[in-house]
Design a protein around this ligand. Structure first.
Ligand SMILES: Cc1cc2nc3c(=O)[nH]c(=O)nc-3n(C[C@H](O)[C@H](O)[C@H](O)COP(=O)(O)OP(=O)(O)OC[C@H]3O[C@@H](n4cnc5c(N)ncnc54)[C@H](O)[C@@H]3O)c2cc1C
Length: 397
Protein backbone atom coordinates (compact mmCIF):
# COMPACT_ATOMS: atom_id res chain seq x y z
CA UNK A 1 0.00 0.00 0.00
CA UNK A 2 1.18 3.51 -0.86
CA UNK A 3 1.86 5.92 2.06
CA UNK A 4 0.73 9.51 1.66
CA UNK A 5 3.51 11.72 3.07
CA UNK A 6 1.97 15.18 3.07
CA UNK A 7 -1.30 16.79 2.03
CA UNK A 8 -1.73 20.43 1.06
CA UNK A 9 -4.89 22.53 0.70
CA UNK A 10 -4.24 25.38 -1.72
CA UNK A 11 -6.21 27.57 -4.12
CA UNK A 12 -4.13 26.76 -7.20
CA UNK A 13 -1.53 24.20 -8.21
CA UNK A 14 0.84 24.98 -11.07
CA UNK A 15 2.34 21.89 -12.70
CA UNK A 16 5.82 22.74 -13.98
CA UNK A 17 8.18 25.48 -12.82
CA UNK A 18 9.67 26.62 -16.13
CA UNK A 19 9.06 30.13 -17.42
CA UNK A 20 5.29 30.00 -17.83
CA UNK A 21 4.70 28.16 -14.54
CA UNK A 22 6.79 30.50 -12.39
CA UNK A 23 5.19 33.55 -13.97
CA UNK A 24 1.62 32.43 -13.35
CA UNK A 25 2.47 31.24 -9.82
CA UNK A 26 3.91 34.69 -9.09
CA UNK A 27 0.84 36.38 -10.58
CA UNK A 28 -1.61 34.29 -8.52
CA UNK A 29 0.38 34.56 -5.30
CA UNK A 30 0.41 38.33 -5.94
CA UNK A 31 -3.39 38.22 -5.83
CA UNK A 32 -3.15 36.50 -2.41
CA UNK A 33 -4.10 33.03 -3.65
CA UNK A 34 -2.36 30.12 -1.96
CA UNK A 35 -0.38 28.73 -4.86
CA UNK A 36 1.82 25.63 -5.09
CA UNK A 37 4.41 25.51 -7.89
CA UNK A 38 5.69 21.99 -8.58
CA UNK A 39 8.62 20.88 -10.72
CA UNK A 40 10.17 17.47 -11.10
CA UNK A 41 13.67 18.93 -11.44
CA UNK A 42 15.91 20.64 -8.93
CA UNK A 43 16.98 24.18 -9.84
CA UNK A 44 19.02 25.90 -11.09
CA UNK A 45 19.39 23.64 -14.08
CA UNK A 46 20.49 23.99 -17.67
CA UNK A 47 17.71 23.59 -20.19
CA UNK A 48 17.61 23.11 -23.95
CA UNK A 49 16.79 26.56 -25.28
CA UNK A 50 18.40 29.08 -27.63
CA UNK A 51 18.35 31.54 -24.68
CA UNK A 52 17.31 34.34 -27.03
CA UNK A 53 14.55 36.40 -25.43
CA UNK A 54 12.79 38.17 -28.28
CA UNK A 55 11.77 41.85 -28.17
CA UNK A 56 8.14 40.68 -28.18
CA UNK A 57 8.65 39.35 -24.64
CA UNK A 58 9.16 42.84 -23.23
CA UNK A 59 5.55 44.01 -23.07
CA UNK A 60 4.50 40.76 -21.39
CA UNK A 61 7.34 40.89 -18.86
CA UNK A 62 6.19 44.42 -18.03
CA UNK A 63 2.55 43.34 -17.61
CA UNK A 64 3.67 40.52 -15.30
CA UNK A 65 5.82 42.90 -13.25
CA UNK A 66 8.96 40.96 -14.15
CA UNK A 67 11.03 43.36 -16.24
CA UNK A 68 13.31 44.32 -13.33
CA UNK A 69 13.76 40.72 -12.19
CA UNK A 70 14.99 39.72 -15.64
CA UNK A 71 16.93 42.92 -16.41
CA UNK A 72 18.81 42.61 -13.09
CA UNK A 73 20.44 39.43 -14.41
CA UNK A 74 22.37 41.57 -16.92
CA UNK A 75 21.26 39.89 -20.15
CA UNK A 76 23.31 40.57 -23.25
CA UNK A 77 21.62 42.90 -25.69
CA UNK A 78 21.21 41.35 -29.16
CA UNK A 79 20.85 43.70 -32.12
CA UNK A 80 21.08 41.52 -35.22
CA UNK A 81 20.51 38.00 -36.49
CA UNK A 82 22.87 36.32 -38.96
CA UNK A 83 21.68 33.29 -40.93
CA UNK A 84 24.59 31.22 -42.28
CA UNK A 85 23.87 28.45 -44.74
CA UNK A 86 25.59 25.14 -45.47
CA UNK A 87 27.03 26.39 -48.75
CA UNK A 88 28.62 29.36 -46.97
CA UNK A 89 26.19 32.16 -47.93
CA UNK A 90 24.71 34.40 -45.26
CA UNK A 91 21.96 36.95 -44.61
CA UNK A 92 21.99 39.54 -41.85
CA UNK A 93 18.80 40.95 -40.37
CA UNK A 94 18.36 43.75 -37.85
CA UNK A 95 16.32 42.90 -34.75
CA UNK A 96 13.87 45.68 -34.01
CA UNK A 97 13.60 46.40 -30.29
CA UNK A 98 15.38 44.95 -27.28
CA UNK A 99 16.26 41.26 -27.63
CA UNK A 100 18.22 39.67 -24.80
CA UNK A 101 20.61 36.75 -24.45
CA UNK A 102 20.07 35.17 -21.02
CA UNK A 103 20.72 31.65 -19.73
CA UNK A 104 17.76 29.61 -18.55
CA UNK A 105 19.98 28.58 -15.63
CA UNK A 106 19.80 32.14 -14.29
CA UNK A 107 16.41 33.18 -15.55
CA UNK A 108 14.31 30.24 -14.31
CA UNK A 109 15.92 30.38 -10.88
CA UNK A 110 15.28 34.14 -10.63
CA UNK A 111 11.63 33.61 -11.57
CA UNK A 112 11.32 30.96 -8.84
CA UNK A 113 12.77 33.35 -6.29
CA UNK A 114 10.32 36.08 -7.31
CA UNK A 115 7.38 33.66 -7.19
CA UNK A 116 8.41 32.54 -3.68
CA UNK A 117 8.98 36.08 -2.46
CA UNK A 118 5.46 36.89 -3.65
CA UNK A 119 4.12 34.01 -1.56
CA UNK A 120 4.04 30.90 -3.79
CA UNK A 121 5.13 27.56 -2.26
CA UNK A 122 7.85 25.88 -4.32
CA UNK A 123 8.04 22.07 -4.48
CA UNK A 124 11.14 20.99 -6.40
CA UNK A 125 12.29 17.45 -7.23
CA UNK A 126 8.58 16.65 -7.11
CA UNK A 127 7.05 14.82 -10.06
CA UNK A 128 3.34 15.08 -10.74
CA UNK A 129 2.00 11.58 -11.32
CA UNK A 130 -1.73 12.13 -11.57
CA UNK A 131 -4.57 14.65 -11.59
CA UNK A 132 -8.07 13.85 -10.49
CA UNK A 133 -10.92 16.25 -11.12
CA UNK A 134 -13.92 16.10 -8.78
CA UNK A 135 -16.82 18.24 -7.59
CA UNK A 136 -14.75 20.45 -5.30
CA UNK A 137 -11.86 20.92 -7.70
CA UNK A 138 -8.77 18.77 -8.20
CA UNK A 139 -6.43 16.45 -6.39
CA UNK A 140 -2.91 16.44 -7.77
CA UNK A 141 -0.76 13.49 -6.83
CA UNK A 142 3.01 13.94 -6.83
CA UNK A 143 6.08 12.03 -5.77
CA UNK A 144 9.21 13.39 -4.11
CA UNK A 145 11.67 10.56 -3.69
CA UNK A 146 9.75 7.88 -1.79
CA UNK A 147 7.16 10.38 -0.49
CA UNK A 148 3.75 10.83 -2.06
CA UNK A 149 2.27 14.33 -1.79
CA UNK A 150 -1.36 15.24 -2.40
CA UNK A 151 -2.41 18.76 -3.33
CA UNK A 152 -6.11 19.62 -3.07
CA UNK A 153 -7.01 22.76 -4.99
CA UNK A 154 -9.76 24.62 -6.77
CA UNK A 155 -7.62 25.34 -9.83
CA UNK A 156 -4.89 23.46 -11.68
CA UNK A 157 -2.71 24.99 -14.39
CA UNK A 158 -0.50 22.76 -16.51
CA UNK A 159 2.79 24.48 -17.37
CA UNK A 160 4.87 21.37 -17.80
CA UNK A 161 6.23 22.03 -21.24
CA UNK A 162 5.88 20.00 -24.39
CA UNK A 163 7.41 16.85 -22.92
CA UNK A 164 5.53 16.49 -19.65
CA UNK A 165 6.85 13.48 -17.80
CA UNK A 166 3.94 12.03 -15.94
CA UNK A 167 4.07 8.46 -14.92
CA UNK A 168 0.64 6.79 -14.53
CA UNK A 169 -0.98 9.56 -16.56
CA UNK A 170 -4.71 9.31 -16.25
CA UNK A 171 -7.06 11.09 -18.55
CA UNK A 172 -5.33 14.34 -17.71
CA UNK A 173 -2.40 14.09 -20.06
CA UNK A 174 -1.55 12.01 -23.04
CA UNK A 175 0.71 12.72 -26.00
CA UNK A 176 -1.09 14.21 -28.96
CA UNK A 177 -2.35 11.46 -31.19
CA UNK A 178 -1.05 13.44 -34.15
CA UNK A 179 2.46 13.49 -32.69
CA UNK A 180 3.23 9.94 -33.76
CA UNK A 181 2.98 10.88 -37.43
CA UNK A 182 4.90 14.15 -37.10
CA UNK A 183 8.59 14.74 -37.69
CA UNK A 184 10.48 14.02 -34.45
CA UNK A 185 13.38 16.27 -33.49
CA UNK A 186 16.11 16.21 -30.84
CA UNK A 187 17.11 19.39 -29.02
CA UNK A 188 20.62 19.73 -27.57
CA UNK A 189 22.50 22.56 -25.92
CA UNK A 190 25.82 23.51 -24.34
CA UNK A 191 27.57 26.70 -23.31
CA UNK A 192 30.95 27.50 -24.87
CA UNK A 193 33.77 29.62 -23.49
CA UNK A 194 36.45 31.29 -25.59
CA UNK A 195 34.18 32.64 -28.35
CA UNK A 196 34.11 36.32 -29.22
CA UNK A 197 30.67 37.49 -30.32
CA UNK A 198 29.19 40.74 -31.46
CA UNK A 199 25.66 41.55 -30.23
CA UNK A 200 24.40 39.10 -32.82
CA UNK A 201 22.57 35.78 -32.75
CA UNK A 202 24.14 33.47 -35.34
CA UNK A 203 21.99 30.73 -36.87
CA UNK A 204 23.79 27.99 -38.82
CA UNK A 205 21.78 25.75 -41.16
CA UNK A 206 22.76 22.32 -42.44
CA UNK A 207 21.17 19.15 -43.66
CA UNK A 208 18.94 17.83 -40.89
CA UNK A 209 18.72 20.91 -38.70
CA UNK A 210 20.18 24.13 -37.44
CA UNK A 211 22.21 25.47 -34.54
CA UNK A 212 22.01 28.91 -32.94
CA UNK A 213 24.81 30.71 -31.11
CA UNK A 214 23.64 33.33 -28.64
CA UNK A 215 25.86 35.32 -26.24
CA UNK A 216 24.54 35.15 -22.67
CA UNK A 217 25.03 37.12 -19.44
CA UNK A 218 28.35 35.72 -18.21
CA UNK A 219 30.39 36.14 -21.41
CA UNK A 220 29.83 32.54 -22.51
CA UNK A 221 27.91 31.59 -25.63
CA UNK A 222 24.91 29.29 -25.69
CA UNK A 223 24.75 26.80 -28.56
CA UNK A 224 21.38 25.12 -29.09
CA UNK A 225 20.48 22.84 -31.98
CA UNK A 226 17.26 21.35 -33.25
CA UNK A 227 17.98 18.22 -35.29
CA UNK A 228 15.87 15.74 -37.24
CA UNK A 229 16.06 12.72 -34.98
CA UNK A 230 16.25 10.19 -37.81
CA UNK A 231 19.40 11.83 -39.20
CA UNK A 232 21.29 11.82 -35.91
CA UNK A 233 20.52 8.38 -34.47
CA UNK A 234 24.09 7.25 -35.11
CA UNK A 235 25.70 10.39 -33.68
CA UNK A 236 26.30 8.84 -30.26
CA UNK A 237 24.56 9.30 -26.96
CA UNK A 238 26.32 12.27 -25.40
CA UNK A 239 25.20 15.84 -26.06
CA UNK A 240 28.70 16.79 -27.19
CA UNK A 241 28.95 13.92 -29.68
CA UNK A 242 25.57 14.86 -31.17
CA UNK A 243 26.66 18.49 -31.36
CA UNK A 244 29.95 17.44 -33.01
CA UNK A 245 28.02 15.55 -35.69
CA UNK A 246 25.86 18.62 -36.32
CA UNK A 247 28.76 21.08 -36.34
CA UNK A 248 30.69 19.19 -39.00
CA UNK A 249 27.74 19.61 -41.41
CA UNK A 250 28.39 23.34 -41.78
CA UNK A 251 31.98 24.29 -42.60
CA UNK A 252 31.65 27.85 -41.32
CA UNK A 253 30.20 26.61 -38.04
CA UNK A 254 33.08 24.15 -37.63
CA UNK A 255 35.55 26.99 -38.22
CA UNK A 256 33.67 29.27 -35.82
CA UNK A 257 33.78 26.72 -33.02
CA UNK A 258 37.30 25.40 -33.70
CA UNK A 259 38.78 27.02 -30.58
CA UNK A 260 35.63 27.13 -28.43
CA UNK A 261 35.60 25.09 -25.24
CA UNK A 262 32.37 23.52 -23.93
CA UNK A 263 31.63 24.75 -20.41
CA UNK A 264 31.54 21.86 -17.94
CA UNK A 265 28.06 20.66 -16.89
CA UNK A 266 26.07 23.02 -19.13
CA UNK A 267 24.89 20.30 -21.53
CA UNK A 268 21.24 19.29 -21.83
CA UNK A 269 19.12 17.33 -24.30
CA UNK A 270 15.44 16.80 -25.01
CA UNK A 271 13.78 14.20 -27.23
CA UNK A 272 11.50 13.70 -28.94
CA UNK A 273 10.43 17.24 -29.82
CA UNK A 274 7.24 17.57 -31.88
CA UNK A 275 6.25 20.95 -33.23
CA UNK A 276 2.48 21.18 -32.90
CA UNK A 277 0.74 23.48 -35.32
CA UNK A 278 -2.54 23.82 -33.47
CA UNK A 279 -2.80 25.19 -29.96
CA UNK A 280 -4.25 22.87 -27.32
CA UNK A 281 -4.96 25.22 -24.40
CA UNK A 282 -7.41 23.15 -22.32
CA UNK A 283 -7.52 19.58 -21.04
CA UNK A 284 -9.90 19.64 -18.07
CA UNK A 285 -7.75 22.56 -16.84
CA UNK A 286 -5.77 25.26 -18.67
CA UNK A 287 -2.44 24.54 -20.28
CA UNK A 288 0.07 27.35 -20.67
CA UNK A 289 3.46 27.73 -22.38
CA UNK A 290 4.69 24.85 -24.50
CA UNK A 291 2.00 22.64 -22.95
CA UNK A 292 -0.54 24.77 -24.84
CA UNK A 293 1.40 25.24 -28.06
CA UNK A 294 4.96 24.91 -29.20
CA UNK A 295 6.15 27.26 -31.91
CA UNK A 296 9.09 26.23 -34.11
CA UNK A 297 12.16 27.21 -32.03
CA UNK A 298 13.63 28.81 -35.17
CA UNK A 299 11.29 31.76 -34.68
CA UNK A 300 12.95 32.42 -31.29
CA UNK A 301 9.60 33.30 -29.74
CA UNK A 302 8.75 30.29 -27.54
CA UNK A 303 9.60 32.02 -24.26
CA UNK A 304 7.64 35.07 -25.29
CA UNK A 305 4.63 32.84 -25.99
CA UNK A 306 5.10 31.07 -22.65
CA UNK A 307 5.05 34.43 -20.89
CA UNK A 308 2.07 35.61 -22.92
CA UNK A 309 -0.03 32.54 -22.18
CA UNK A 310 0.66 33.05 -18.45
CA UNK A 311 -0.41 36.69 -18.76
CA UNK A 312 -3.59 35.68 -20.59
CA UNK A 313 -4.47 32.90 -18.15
CA UNK A 314 -3.67 34.63 -14.83
CA UNK A 315 -6.53 37.18 -14.75
CA UNK A 316 -9.01 34.44 -15.71
CA UNK A 317 -7.68 32.14 -12.99
CA UNK A 318 -8.05 35.03 -10.54
CA UNK A 319 -11.62 35.69 -11.72
CA UNK A 320 -12.44 31.98 -11.39
CA UNK A 321 -11.03 31.76 -7.87
CA UNK A 322 -12.97 34.90 -6.87
CA UNK A 323 -16.11 33.22 -8.17
CA UNK A 324 -16.69 35.84 -10.89
CA UNK A 325 -16.56 33.31 -13.74
CA UNK A 326 -17.28 29.59 -14.02
CA UNK A 327 -14.78 26.94 -15.09
CA UNK A 328 -16.59 26.77 -18.42
CA UNK A 329 -16.29 30.48 -18.95
CA UNK A 330 -12.60 30.35 -18.06
CA UNK A 331 -12.14 27.59 -20.63
CA UNK A 332 -14.05 29.51 -23.27
CA UNK A 333 -12.31 32.86 -22.76
CA UNK A 334 -8.82 31.42 -22.41
CA UNK A 335 -9.18 29.15 -25.44
CA UNK A 336 -10.43 32.07 -27.49
CA UNK A 337 -7.57 34.32 -26.37
CA UNK A 338 -4.96 31.68 -27.22
CA UNK A 339 -6.50 30.98 -30.63
CA UNK A 340 -6.61 34.67 -31.39
CA UNK A 341 -3.02 35.41 -30.42
CA UNK A 342 -1.21 32.18 -31.25
CA UNK A 343 -2.86 30.60 -34.28
CA UNK A 344 -1.21 32.80 -36.89
CA UNK A 345 2.35 32.86 -35.41
CA UNK A 346 2.16 29.05 -35.07
CA UNK A 347 1.17 28.61 -38.72
CA UNK A 348 3.93 30.91 -39.93
CA UNK A 349 6.39 29.23 -37.56
CA UNK A 350 5.64 25.85 -39.15
CA UNK A 351 6.08 27.31 -42.61
CA UNK A 352 9.40 28.88 -41.62
CA UNK A 353 10.59 25.57 -40.15
CA UNK A 354 9.52 23.68 -43.27
CA UNK A 355 11.16 26.15 -45.67
CA UNK A 356 14.45 26.30 -43.81
CA UNK A 357 14.60 22.51 -43.86
CA UNK A 358 14.66 22.57 -47.67
CA UNK A 359 18.16 22.48 -49.15
CA UNK A 360 16.88 24.34 -52.25
CA UNK A 361 15.67 27.27 -50.14
CA UNK A 362 18.95 27.38 -48.28
CA UNK A 363 20.77 27.54 -51.60
CA UNK A 364 18.51 30.18 -53.10
CA UNK A 365 18.14 32.60 -50.18
CA UNK A 366 21.66 34.00 -49.91
CA UNK A 367 22.01 34.42 -53.69
CA UNK A 368 18.76 36.42 -53.93
CA UNK A 369 20.80 39.21 -52.35
CA UNK A 370 18.32 42.06 -52.03
CA UNK A 371 15.09 40.14 -51.80
CA UNK A 372 16.23 37.57 -49.26
CA UNK A 373 16.58 39.83 -46.19
CA UNK A 374 13.14 41.29 -46.92
CA UNK A 375 11.61 37.87 -47.33
CA UNK A 376 13.32 36.38 -44.31
CA UNK A 377 12.49 39.45 -42.22
CA UNK A 378 8.82 39.28 -43.27
CA UNK A 379 8.63 35.60 -42.45
CA UNK A 380 10.23 35.96 -39.03
CA UNK A 381 7.95 38.91 -38.25
CA UNK A 382 4.89 36.86 -39.15
CA UNK A 383 5.83 34.39 -36.40
CA UNK A 384 5.76 37.12 -33.72
CA UNK A 385 3.14 38.00 -31.16
CA UNK A 386 1.65 41.49 -31.27
CA UNK A 387 2.64 43.68 -28.31
CA UNK A 388 0.41 43.07 -25.31
CA UNK A 389 -2.39 45.65 -25.32
CA UNK A 390 -2.88 47.39 -22.00
CA UNK A 391 -6.50 46.18 -21.78
CA UNK A 392 -8.39 45.87 -18.53
CA UNK A 393 -8.27 42.09 -19.18
CA UNK A 394 -4.48 42.12 -18.83
CA UNK A 395 -4.40 43.07 -15.16
CA UNK A 396 -1.03 44.29 -13.89
CA UNK A 397 0.73 42.09 -11.31
C1 LIG B 1 16.26 23.60 -29.45
C2 LIG B 1 15.34 24.65 -28.88
C3 LIG B 1 15.72 25.99 -28.96
C4 LIG B 1 14.87 26.98 -28.45
N1 LIG B 1 15.29 28.29 -28.53
C5 LIG B 1 14.48 29.27 -28.06
C6 LIG B 1 14.91 30.63 -28.10
O1 LIG B 1 16.04 30.96 -28.47
N2 LIG B 1 14.04 31.59 -27.68
C7 LIG B 1 12.79 31.27 -27.20
O2 LIG B 1 12.03 32.20 -26.84
N3 LIG B 1 12.37 29.99 -27.12
C8 LIG B 1 13.19 28.99 -27.52
N4 LIG B 1 12.80 27.68 -27.40
C9 LIG B 1 11.48 27.38 -26.81
C10 LIG B 1 11.48 27.62 -25.28
O3 LIG B 1 12.54 26.92 -24.68
C11 LIG B 1 10.14 27.14 -24.72
O4 LIG B 1 9.11 27.71 -25.49
C12 LIG B 1 9.96 27.51 -23.24
O5 LIG B 1 10.92 26.88 -22.45
C13 LIG B 1 8.56 27.09 -22.78
O6 LIG B 1 8.44 27.34 -21.40
P1 LIG B 1 7.40 26.52 -20.52
O7 LIG B 1 7.34 27.19 -19.20
O8 LIG B 1 6.16 26.32 -21.27
O9 LIG B 1 8.02 25.06 -20.39
P2 LIG B 1 9.41 24.60 -19.83
O10 LIG B 1 10.37 25.72 -19.71
O11 LIG B 1 9.77 23.41 -20.66
O12 LIG B 1 9.08 24.12 -18.34
C14 LIG B 1 8.33 22.99 -18.07
C15 LIG B 1 8.72 22.46 -16.70
O13 LIG B 1 7.80 21.42 -16.33
C16 LIG B 1 8.52 20.45 -15.61
N5 LIG B 1 7.76 19.18 -15.67
C17 LIG B 1 7.50 18.39 -16.75
N6 LIG B 1 6.77 17.32 -16.38
C18 LIG B 1 6.56 17.44 -15.05
C19 LIG B 1 5.90 16.63 -14.09
N7 LIG B 1 5.26 15.50 -14.41
N8 LIG B 1 5.89 17.05 -12.80
C20 LIG B 1 6.50 18.19 -12.43
N9 LIG B 1 7.15 18.99 -13.30
C21 LIG B 1 7.19 18.61 -14.58
C22 LIG B 1 9.87 20.39 -16.30
O14 LIG B 1 10.87 19.87 -15.44
C23 LIG B 1 10.10 21.85 -16.68
O15 LIG B 1 10.92 22.55 -15.74
C24 LIG B 1 13.63 26.64 -27.87
C25 LIG B 1 13.26 25.30 -27.76
C26 LIG B 1 14.11 24.31 -28.25
C27 LIG B 1 13.69 22.87 -28.14
Amino acid sequence: MELIGLEYEVDAVVLGGGISGSCIAKALAGKQWETALIDRRNFPRHKVCGEFLSPEAQSTLRALGLTETVASLHPTRIERAKLIFEQGGEIELPIPGAAWGLSRYMMDEALHTTAMQTGAQLHLSTTVTGIEQHEKGYTVRARQGADVKLFHSRAVIAAWGANARMANAGQGHRPDAAASCQQAYIGVKTHYAGLKMEPVIEMYFFQGGYLGLCPVEDGSVNAAALLNRSEFVKAGKSVLSILEAAIERNRRLAERLATAVPVHDTQAAIAPVYLQRKPSPWDGHPRIGDAAAMIAPLSGDGMSMALRSAALCAPLADAFLRGSISLMEWEHRYTQAIQQEFASPLRWGSLLQWLMNKPAVQQLLPSAARLAPLLANGLFRATRLKPLEPLEFHTKY
